[in-house]
Each structure stands twice: as C-alpha cells, then as structure tokens.
Design a protein around this ligand. Structure first.
Ligand SMILES: Nc1ncnc2c1ncn2[C@@H]1O[C@H](COP(=O)(O)OP(=O)(O)OP(=O)(O)O)[C@@H](O)[C@H]1O
Length: 263
C-alpha cells in the first residue's frame, strides 16, 4: 500500500552543515498497518514523515502509494492521500474559522467532487454527534472559533478531521507530546478509535516507548537515518520497555540521556 524504497535525504549537502537525515531507507506498509516509530533525537523520524507528505523532496529512491509513484508529486497534490497531525496543536486546524467550518472543510477535502460547501442542518447534527464522542463538550460550541480551544481540544479536532478525509496514509508526528497526561491519554484513545474505525494505514512517531509498544501492530526504531530495529505484530506483542532499551543500547553512539529513553 505504502512502499518506501531506498530513499535518502541530505540537508545542506556538500556544506559544513550537511545532515544526512535519511540513508537508503526501506519500509513497506500493508493496508491497515499501524506502525509506531521511535528513535533517538535527530534520527530522521520527522523527515521520514515529511518526505511521505511531500514537504521535502527526496534525493534518491521511490515512494509509492497504491503502486503509483508519488515521489515527484507536490505536497498539495499528495494532500488527498495523506492526513497529518503534528505535535503542535496549532498546526492542524484553522484558528480563525469556527469548529463547524473546520469540520466542513475537512469533509470537503475527503469527498472532492459534488459536495456543496454549505453547513446544512443535517450536517451540523452529524458534526455534533461526532464531537459528542470526544467527550469534550465541543458539540455545544460548533460556532466557536477554533483558536479559542485548548491544545488537547484542538488535537482531538485535528484527529477527527483527519479521519473525515479518509486518507490513504495517516501521519502522526508526536501528536500527544505537547499535551498534559490526561489530555494525551484522551487523544491516544481517540487515535486508536479513528484508526481502527477507518482501517487507516498509519505511521506514528512517538518518544513514549510504552505508547509505541501498546499502539499499532508494528514498530520500527530509527537511528541516524536508518531503521535499526523492527518488530512485527507477534514480536511486538511480546515487547517490553526494557527490551526496547536493550535494543537501543546496542546502537553505537546512542546517548543514554536521550529523550527517547526517558519517556
Ligand atoms: N529543514 C531542515 N533543514 C536542515 N536540517 C534538517 C531539517 N529537518 C531536519 N534536519 C536534520 O535532519 C536530521 C533528522 O532530523 P529529524 O527532525 O527528522 O529527526 P527526528 O528523529 O524527528 O528528531 P526529534 O526526535 O529530535 O524530533 C537532523 O540532523 C536534523 O538536524
């Protein structure tokens, strides 16, 4: 479904600031796979997501979605395949639009043709039902500007919107990291629900090893632009945090004060 073959990405190539963010990386996702991605700081996790979304062009290799190469497609053209929720709660929603306007935009993006833009009574009711499931009281605030919401509320809304668009790939980039533990737990539960209800093929970057083990059916560990450890569904079901730490310790040069180890 998503095929990443021998991709490389170097920033500032040939200068003193050269950074090899991805090095000949390969990853295949089957339909419905939910892969958690962990790794040291600067391992290339965000860059991997950014190359899939088209934010950064790759230097070499190929990215295919459903067999078709998207390597040369611009970010806005890939947006119809790719849903994304970032660490920054401010990034996924439009602050000056109301909750219902944000939801309507997301819905429109999912069904590209033959959809009128208006917010009908029926649609407003459908939005309210969806929002009710978040248990954040947002169903009563459909006409409130999204900029007024808390970080956790915005993240929950971003996820709901990503689910609406039925993306071929959902990219989650530390999307619970900026939230307090209670809100992070809520957004984590919502993530599981939206991914499983939509059978969404998902890549989720996290620094939280417990979360990386609990969520999804596969896990990959990155270091210096490469995948250095992988666990399939069966292996993952037996994984523990100490086992992951042991894998991490095998990596030459990985530092023990890395955030990834402390999460
Ligand atoms: N836009 C950019 N310009 C220059 N260098 C970049 C850019 N984005 C990433 N890099 C570099 O590429 C490497 C990989 O960075 P990336 O952000 O992908 O790592 P990460 O695994 O997501 O790290 P973290 O866990 O710290 O967020 C790093 O050396 C980083 O400095």
């Amino acid at each position: 479904m998503l095929s990443i073959a021998n991709i490389s990405k170097t920033f500032f190539a040939g200068t003193v600031n050269e950074r090899r963010a991805l090095v000949d990386l390969n990853l295949e996702l089957a339909e419905g796979d939910f892969v958690t991605v962990i790794g040291s700081n600067g391992a290339g996790k965000s860059t991997l997501l950014n190359t899939i979304s088209g934010r950064y062009p790759i230097d070499a290799g190929e990215i295919r979605i459903d067999g078709a190469s998207v390597s040369k497609l611009k970010e806005f053209k890939r947006a119809r395949y790719v849903g994304r929720v970032f660490q920054d709660p401010m990034a996924g929603t439009a602050p000056d639009l109301t909750i219902e306007q944000n939801l309507a935009l997301a819905l429109q993006r999912g069904k590209r043709r033959g959809l009128h833009r208006g917010i009908t009574k029926a649609r407003r009711e459908a939005f309210a039902t969806e929002l009710e499931s978040l248990e954040l009281g947002l169903e009563n605030r459909l006409t409130a500007k999204v900029g007024l919401l808390s970080g956790g509320q915005r993240q929950a809304l971003s996820l709901l919107m990503a689910g609406f668009t039925q993306p071929r790939i959902l990219l989650l980039d530390e999307h619970t990291a900026a939230l307090d533990p209670q809100r992070a737990a809520l957004v984590t539960t919502l993530t599981e629900r939206i991914v499983s209800e939509g059978n969404l093929t998902t890549l989720m970057v996290t620094h939280n090893m417990e979360q990386a083990i609990t969520l999804g059916n596969r896990l990959v560990m990155m270091h210096e632009g490469r995948i250095v450890f992988e666990a399939n569904a069966e292996e993952k079901s037996k994984l523990t945090v100490p086992m992951l730490l042991a894998e991490f310790a095998k990596i030459k040069g990985a530092s023990f004060d890395d955030r990834a180890l402390l999460a």
